[in-house]
Design a binder for this molecule. Structure first.
Ligand code: NAP
Length: 244
């Protein structure tokens, strides 16, 4: 088993920072992206400059055949990966009554089926190796619902359920699976909020500010470390106290 971690949605935001933090800590990185090829290639260069082995793999995580193809390519390039971080995600702010079938399917397709697809593709190798770690990035809004984001909240709550159930199933094979629930983290995903809405949201956070992608990357680094070997099926909230 190689010391390689696949980070889905690593081209931007939280995934990008997780990849950088792990590379600084001697992991090799398989960089998954969907649309942001330029950013993924630039990240690969940064990871190599940090001393890691890294390569880019394009796949829309909502499409199993693309994920399956990515799995074959990663296996050829790196062998069996030691960890999978299901981070790729999309968000959308819309009233429940305005959510169309297509919006629902796309939201669940990327945020929940994407986790299913990637886990389905990479788990069998881990089971064979009797070793491996999976981290799913859910959301505070999957723990407590968010108005105007019912489809997002439903998908992210699904990721929490998947994590807890699969942790029980994979534990006998020596594989841990945990979930990180970010709160308000400054990335392009918050781009739909105006300055006033963003300030209001930050005003509700007990620690008094939005989080940074580094705060999530730190939790991922810990979960991948030997210190977290006895932790499985857990939901780690990184939210500045916004939900206690
Ligand atoms: P972001 O800055 O918008 O980045 C999203 C990433 O996901 C991009 O790298 C994008 O890749 C990738 N992605 C989107 N659709 C994809 C698909 N179909 N297949 C493969 N990759 C895809 O968002 P972020 O803030 O970093 O969010 C990362 C994760 O944290 C998400 O799961 C999100 O729900 C969760 N989260 C974020 C916050 C927050 O406040 N930021 C809070 C709670 C949870 P391309 O650009 O290459 O398509």
């Amino acid at each position: 088993m190689s010391n390689t971690v696949l980070v889905t949605g690593a081209s931007r935001g939280i995934g990008r920072q997780i990849a950088l933090t792990l590379a600084e800590n001697d992991y090799n990185i398989a960089v998954n992206y969907n649309k942001s090829e330029k950013e993924a290639i630039a990240l690969k260069k940064e990871l190599i400059a940090l001393g890691a082995d890294a390569d880019c793999f394009k796949a829309d995580v909502s499409e199993f055949y693309e994920v399956d193809n990515m799995h074959n390519n990663i296996k050829k390039r790196f062998g069996t990966i030691s960890a999978l971080i299901n981070n790729a995600g999309i968000s959308q702010s819309v009233l429940f009554t305005d959510i169309t079938d297509d919006m629902w399917d796309k939201m669940l397709g990327v945020n929940l089926k994407g986790v299913f697809n990637c886990t389905k593709a990479f788990l069998p190798d881990m089971i064979k190796a009797k070793k491996g770690k999976i981290i799913n990035i859910s959301s505070i809004w999957g723990q407590t619902g968010a108005a105007m984001e019912v489809h997002y909240s439903a998908a992210k709550a699904g990721v929490i359920g998947l994590t807890k159930a699969l942790a029980k199933e994979t534990a006998p094979s020596g594989i841990t699976i945990n979930c990180i629930c970010p709160g308000v983290i400054e990335t392009e995903m918050l781009g739909s909020l105006n300055k006033y809405e963003f300030a209001n949201l930050c005003g509700e956070i007990p620690l008094g500010k939005a989080g940074a992608a580094k705060d999530i990357a730190g939790a991922a680094l810990y979960l991948l470390s030997d210190a977290a070997d006895y932790i499985t099926g857990q939901i780690i909230s990184v939210n500045g106290g916004l939900l206690i």
